[in-house]
Ligand binder design. Structure first.
Ligand SMILES: [Zn+2]
Length: 173
């Protein structure tokens, strides 16, 4: 089979195809006309390939430093419990809780990725925390060709333990 980009045509369900779940007029994605792969198989394949990529990156560069900015108000909690996903910030007015902890491979890029903490007031204090890629459990790695390091961001839904964290320093926004 020639290397190709699968495409999954949009299929409208007709009365004759109706079932318990699909009704006439619903849209689903059909199999790729070139290779017959279904969207579900394709997703599974992509996820498996991503998991392999993550393992490879952690294996090749286990000591790549990763950075995370947290509000000063969280310092005591972090020293006690480590970095936990979905930890509510005490300074934000919004009640949004991120379900993961995000890291970047440079302090400035980590700052940029957090939108330069736009939701927080000028004068707020920020702590920079560091860990190693290999200390992040089940890292979700986003690669990009647009950065010299090839790494956009690393996320995890797991806690990063305090023993794996290093307090680097702080800055004022
Ligand atoms: Zn295909």
């Amino acid at each position: 089979m020639e290397e190709h980009q699968c495409n999954f045509p949009d299929v409208e369900i007709l009365e004759s195809d109706e079932g318990d779940i699909l009704q006439k007029g619903d849209h689903v994605l059909g199999p790729c006309p070139t290779c017959g792969e279904t969207p579900f198989d394709h997703l599974e394949f992509t996820e498996a390939r991503n998991a392999e990529l993550e393992k490879a990156l952690v294996a090749v560069q286990p000591f790549r430093p990763m950075y995370h900015w947290a509000p000063r108000e969280r310092q005591k909690q972090i020293i006690r419990y480590g970095l936990r996903p979905g930890m509510r910030s005490t300074t934000t007015v919004e009640s949004y809780k991120a379900p993961y902890v995000c890291f970047a491979d440079s302090p400035s890029w980590a700052w940029a990725l957090s939108g330069e903490q736009r939701r927080f007031p000028k004068g707020s204090e920020w702590d920079l925390w560091m860990t190693y890629l290999s200390d992040i459990q089940e890292p979700i790695i986003h690669a990009t060709p647009d950065r010299p390091s090839g790494l956009y961001e690393v996320r995890t839904v797991h806690r990063v333990y305090k023993s794996k964290l290093w307090f680097v320093g702080s800055r004022v926004k």
